[in-house]
Write a protein that binds this ligand. Structure first.
Ligand code: HXC
Length: 513
C-alpha cells in the first residue's frame, strides 16, 4: 500500500488547478486533494477525457453573472481504471463549495446517461455544500434528475459513491441509492440536516463528525460500506472494489490468472474449538478457503455478527456471506439481516456467485428485536436469497438452527450445492431447549429431573446435532472435511459457471422493505 501511495503521488505533478491556487491550497491544508487530482490518481495515466469542461452556470441573481468558472464546480468525463472503461464525476469544492447548480446537475446526468448507454460503471467523487443556494428550485430539480437516473441505473451498471468532503441535505440520497458508499475519515460527512438544525429542533448538541462522520455511518447507521483513512486510501479502495465487479449486469466479472494446484488447506482443520458453544473467528475460515489476500470486507464495523465481502476463488470473484460466532454468537438480528440482504442483492444483480458459511444459533429473541421488525427484516434476507439466481453454495460449519437454517441459503430456497462439515448441527433448536419442551412431563415426573434432562439432551443431540439426518434427506449434498473445502468449492463453482434460471415473468417482486 505504501508503495502504491508513493507511485500515485508522483502523478500529482501533472494535476491541473481547479478554482484557483489559493482555494486548492486550502483543500490541501485540510488534508484533501482537489477534484482533478483525485481523478488523475484514480484513473489510468493519460486515460481521462473531460466532457463539458467549458460549461458555466446560467444564474443572473445575486451577482452570479460576474462569477463564472469553467466546469461549474464539477469535472465530468470518462477514462479507464486497470484498462476498463468507467465514467466519472468529481465535485470541485473550490468552485462555490462544489454546490450543485442546474448546469452542474446536467453535466452529471449527461455522463450517467453515457455510462448507461455504454454499460460502464459510474463513479461519483462527492465533495459539495449541497444545492446551489443562489439557484433555488433549479438546483433541487437537478438533484431529482440525478436521483431518477441513479434508480434507472440500479442493477444495470455498478455505481460507486466516494464521499470526500461535505455531503448534506438531499444530496445524501444519490449516494444512498448507489451500490457502494466509501467515506473518508475525518474530512467527510453525510447528514440530512446539519448540527445547527438538529440543535434547534431536538436540542441535541452534536458535532458534524459525531452526527454524520465516517465513524457514525460505518458503525451506527450502516450508510457507508467502506471507510478510508484519506483521499489516497479512498482511491485505492475504489480501484480494489471495482476489480470484483463486472462492467454491467450482462457481463461476468473478470477472472484473474490462476493455475489449479493442490488445493488442500490443512489450517482449516484447526480453527473450530472443541466445545460447540465456544466462539471462533469465522474470518479465519474465509481466509482459509479463498485465494490468499483477496478478501475485501464490506460493512466491516456494522452488524458484525454477519460478515459480508468479496474474495476470489481460483481467480474468480465471489461474494461471501458468513455468520460470525465471535459477535453475538453469530445470531441473526435486525441489522445483520438488512446488511446481508442488501449484499445478497448486490451480488445477484452483478452476476457474482455467492458462498454462504453457516454457523447460526437462530434469530435473536426479545422485545427490542420484535418491535424493531425482526420479522420483516429476517424476511428480507429470506427473500433476497430465494430470489437470487447466481450460483449459490452453502457450507454449514457448525450450528444451523431453526428458521435461520432455512434463511441461510438452504437447499429449500434455491441453493445449488449444500455442504456440511462433520461438526455441523442441524435442528429445530439446541438440544437443551428442545428436551425441555418435548420431554417436559417425563423430566418432571422423574426422581432426578436434572439427570433426566441431561440424559434427554444427549439423546436429542445424538439424533440431531449432526449433519447426517439432513444428508439422509438430501438437504445436504455432501459432508466434507475442513481441509478439502476449498478444493470442493472450486470444483462446485466451476460446475455452476453456466447456470441459467428462468424466473417467473413479473414486473418486479415486492420485497418486504
Ligand atoms: C452556494 C456555497 C454553498 C451552497 C458553500 N458554498 N455551500 N455556495 N451554495 N450550498 C460556498 C461558500 O459560500 C464559500 O464561497 C465556499 O462555498 C466554501 O464554503 P465555506 O463555508 O467557506 O467552507 P467550509 O467552512 O469548509 O464549510 C463548508 C460547508 C458550508 C459546511 C459545506 O459551506 C455550508 O454549510 N454550506 C451550506 C450547506 C447547505 O446548507 N446546503 C444546502 C443543503 S440543502 P466563497 O466564495 O466564500 O469561497 C440541499 C437540498 C438538496 O442540499 C435537496 C435535494 C433533494
Amino acid at each position: 500500500m505504501e508503495e502504491e501511495i508513493k507511485r500515485l503521488k508522483v502523478k500529482l505533478d501533472s494535476a491541473m488547478l481547479g478554482g484557483g491556487e489559493d482555494k486548492i491550497a486550502k483543500q490541501h491544508q485540510k488534508g484533501k486533494l482537489s477534484a482533478r487530482e483525485r481523478i488523475n490518481l484514480l484513473l489510468d495515466e493519460k486515460s481521462f477525457e473531460e466532457i463539458g469542461g467549458l460549461v458555466t452556470h446560467r444564474t443572473k441573481d445575486f451577482g452570479m453573472e460576474d462569477q463564472k468558472f469553467y466546469g461549474d464546480g464539477v469535472i465530468t468525463g470518462y477514462g479507464t481504471i486497470d484498462g476498463r472503461l468507467i465514467y466519472i464525476f468529481a465535485q470541485d469544492f473550490t468552485v462555490f463549495g462544489g454546490s450543485l447548480s442546474e448546469t452542474h446537475a446536467e453535466k452529471i446526468c449527461k455522463i450517467m446517461d453515457l455510462a448507461m448507454k455504454t454499460g460502464a460503471p459510474i463513479i461519483g467523487l462527492n465533495d459539495s455544500g449541497g444545492a446551489r443556494i443562489q439557484e433555488g428550485v433549479r438546483s433541487l430539480g437537478g438533484y431529482a434528475d440525478i436521483f431518477y437516473r441513479n434508480v434507472q441505473a440500479s442493477g444495470v451498471i455498478p455505481q460507486i459513491s466516494a464521499i470526500m468532503g461535505p455531503c448534506a441535505g438531499g444530496a445524501v440520497y444519490s449516494p444512498a441509492i448507489t451500490d457502494f458508499t466509501i467515506m473518508v475519515e475525518g474530512s467527510s460527512y453525510m447528514f440530512v440536516t446539519g448540527p445547527n438544525v438538529v440543535a434547534t429542533v431536538t436540542n441535541e448538541q452534536v458535532s458534524a463528525e459525531q452526527l454524520g462522520g465516517a465513524s457514525a455511518h460505518s458503525t451506527k447507521s450502516g450508510v457507508t460500506h467502506l471507510t478510508a483513512q484519506n483521499d489516497l486510501d479512498c482511491i485505492l479502495k475504489i480501484k480494489k472494489l471495482l476489480s470484483y465487479l463486472p462492467q454491467n449486469c450482462e457481463e461476468k466479472t473478470i477472472v484473474m490468472p490462476y493455475e489449479i494446484e493442490e488445493e488442500y488447506r490443512e489450517e482449516l482443520a484447526n480453527i473450530l474449538p472443541d466445545a460447540s458453544n465456544k466462539p471462533y473467528d469465522m474470518k479465519e475460515i474465509i481466509y482459509g478457503i479463498t485465494d490468499r489476500d483477496t478478501f475485501m470486507e464490506v460493512h466491516e464495523k456494522y452488524a458484525d455478527n454477519i460478515i459480508v465481502g468479496f474474495a476470489r476463488l481460483a481467480g474468480r470473484s465471489i461474494g461471501i456471506i458468513a455468520n460470525q460466532p465471535f459477535s453475538l454468537a453469530g445470531v441473526l438480528d435486525v441489522d445483520c439481516s438488512k446488511k446481508a440482504s442488501r449484499f445478497v442483492r448486490t451480488c445477484d444483480c452483478f452476476n457474482i456467485p455467492m458462498l454462504v458459511l453457516v454457523d447460526v444459533p437462530g434469530f435473536l429473541p426479545g422485545t427490542d428485536q420484535e418491535w424493531n421488525g425482526i420479522i420483516l427484516n429476517g424476511a428480507k434476507l429470506l427473500y433476497a436469497f430465494s430470489e437470487a439466481t447466481v450460483p449459490r453454495i452453502s457450507v454449514i460449519i457448525r450450528k444451523a438452527y431453526g428458521g435461520a437454517y432455512d434463511v441461510m441459503n438452504s437447499k429449500h430456497i434455491g441453493a445449488d450445492f449444500n455442504f456440511a462439515w462433520p461438526t455441523a448441527e442441524i435442528a429445530v433448536m439446541g438440544a437443551k431447549g428442545a428436551s425441555e419442551i418435548i420431554f417436559k412431563k417425563e423430566i418432571a415426573q422423574s426422581h432426578d429431573p436434572i439427570v433426566k434432562l441431561k440424559e434427554k439432551e444427549n439423546e436429542y443431540a445424538a439424533l440431531f446435532a449432526n449433519p447426517y439426518s439432513a444428508a439422509d434427506r438430501g438437504f445436504i449434498d455432501e459432508i466434507i472435511v475442513p481441509k478439502d473445502t476449498r478444493r470442493k468449492l472450486i470444483k462446485a463453482f466451476s460446475a455452476l459457471e453456466h447456470k441459467v434460471v428462468n424466473s417467473p415473468r413479473k414486473k418486479h417482486g415486492n420485497i418486504p422493505l
